[in-house]
Design a protein around this ligand. Structure first.
Ligand code: PEP
Ligand code: MN
Length: 342
């Protein structure tokens, strides 16, 4: 349920509504705009239907939401959420360009990549230390040693770190090294993990499950917001279809739809969506065109010898030319890479 307060409702009126909700055993989440405050109410259906809030001072409208998500919805918050980490932003007019290797492999590999992507204009460094691999015999990542290398490289070049939390038991440890915690496609509906990340106060990059609907993705994000963590970046990374030419099928319609359904930033990962280096640039272009708030791409100094996802990884030069195209496209739309003044 959403309670729309009248324009310029007083603090006392808002507090009164919140106290009525608390008395009824419901949770209240406030969204404060310039003139309007909207209160998202979470509680069981019967309690909410029994609540008589029409006519309470300051209340303009009570909306009974039928969707399985509320806090992530544009009905709850009309303005785009802008997430800022270490001086760089994603959301609104700020475009995120996240780049780095699929997995951290060695000090040289991650440092070389970090320097190159930073020089080219990346706004965040990605890299996996815990890798979700289809085969248990494939490289599983360097673990905590990888997190350390990623952090060192990022600090040297001055970029925030995005890395995956593969297991909820590692969440605190990963959070010590990372600025943004990634939930991989395979964990999108790991509800215990989502609840844990909801309790934490670090931005989350939530990837769409490979067979998840848009509603399921938004509901997964809702778990995190419900816990009190409002900083979630959604990522479309391709879904499973009958097509096998590409690794997955990039669902650009979902990106356009999500931009209308939610205030959260939506980014695109064309690397995992296609599995092919040659398709990354065209789909980055397409992502910008459909309104994505950023892209995340895999980059490796020597893709042929990458331990993971070499065929989809851009070379350092390939990333540099992509980044200059992105910068120009984004600027032409009145947006800014990382949101900082150029
Ligand atoms: C990744 O980004 O490192 C990754 C494993 O992607 P996904 O979870 O989308 O497969
Ligand atoms: Mn990968």
């Amino acid at each position: 349920m959403l309670i729309v307060m009248r324009d310029h409702a007083t603090q006392a009126e808002i507090d009164h509504v919140v106290s009525l909700l608390k008395e009824a055993g419901a949770e209240a989440h406030l969204s404060r705009g310039e003139v309007k405050t909207i209160i998202g109410v979470i509680g069981d259906r019967e309690t909410m239907y029994a609540l008589e809030l029409d006519g309470v001072p300051g209340v303009e409208q009570v909306i009974r939401v039928l969707k399985p998500y509320k806090l992530v919805s544009r009905d709850f918050q009309a303005e785009d959420t802008v997430i800022t980490v270490a001086g760089t932003s994603v959301g609104g007019t700020a475009f995120g360009l996240i780049a780095g290797p699929c997995s951290v492999e060695s000090p040289e590999q991650v440092m070389t990549t970090a320097r190159a992507v930073k020089a080219a204009g990346a706004t965040m460094l990605r890299g996996g230390a815990y890798k979700p691999r289809t085969s248990p015999y494939a490289f599983q990542g360097m673990g905590e040693a990888g997190l350390k290398l990623l952090r060192e490289a990022a600090d040297e070049v001055g970029l925030p770190v995005v890395t995956e939390v593969l297991d909820v038991r590692d969440a605190e440890k990963v959070a010590q090294y990372a600025d943004v915690l990634q939930v991989g496609a395979r964990n999108m509906q790991n509800f215990m993990m989502l609840e844990e990340l909801g309790r934490m106060r670090k931005p989350v990059l939530l990837k769409r499950g490979m067979s998840a609907t848009i509603e399921e993705l938004l509901s997964a994000a809702e778990y995190i917001l419900k816990g009190g963590n409002r900083e979630v970046i959604l990522c479309e990374r391709g879904i499973r279809t009958f097509e096998t030419y590409t690794r997955n099928t990039l669902d650009l319609a979902a990106v356009a739809a999500l931009r209308t359904l939610t205030h959260l930033p939506v980014i695109v990962d064309p690397s995992h969506a296609t599995g092919r280096r040659d398709l990354v640039a065209p789909l980055v272009n397409a992502a910008i065109a459909v309104g994505a708030n950023g892209v995340m791409v895999e980059v490796h100094p020597d893709p042929e010898h990458a331990r993971c996802d070499g065929p989809q990884s851009l070379t350092l030069d390939g990333f540099a030319s992509l980044a200059s195209m992105v910068e120009a496209r984004v600027r032409a739309e009145g947006r800014v890479l990382g949101g900082a003044a150029a």
